[in-house]
Design a protein around this ligand. Sequence first.
Ligand code: GRF
Length: 206
Amino acid sequence: MSSQAVRLVVLVSGSGTNLQSLLDAAADPAYGAEIVAVGADRDGIEGLARAERAGVPVFVERLADHPARDDWDRALAARIAAHRPDLVVCAGFMKILGAPTISAFPVLNTHPALLPAFPGAHGVRDALAYGVRVTGCTVMLADAGVDTGPIIAQEAVPVLDGDDEAALHERIKTVERGLLVGVVGRMAREGWTVTGRTFRFGRSGR
Ligand code: GRF
């Protein structure tokens, strides 16, 4: 890996197909980013196995192992900081990050709906229940809220007659993986600025 590559810590809670797409993309030095560690809030998930197969260091910080949420927030931030990331990517990480992480690093998140519609843990289910004909995915910066940070990129996915949550989520994830890989690569290669809620690729005139 190039010493110039942007250092990513990726956080996962599940199957890790978004992580896998990032691992595959980062295998090319021209991508501009390298995954220096993968963290999780639970053991025994395929996301961690994917990292281990790729030879990437992993860590697990379980909420249940701490007396209070604040302690977990601080412990997780310390585990992340140990890998000196330039950017933290939540790729299906199903916990809200606390101030110790959000204030220390730029954090990217991905969500399987077109925000600000259907935030939260059940974006696909909620969109289906509402009866929308178009949903999609959003890549955004994380802030202290639930899926409320500045939006970076979005892509639409049609809802098809007969879709159930699993089928729709799989079609969204196919699009989401490409969107996430594209955004992370551009952030690594081009830098970015944020003014209020407006995200732009490219460095400012600093
Ligand atoms: C993604 O759709 C993500 O947006 C959502 O959970 C899914 C994670 O999938 N929060 P995977 O673990 O990357 O396969």
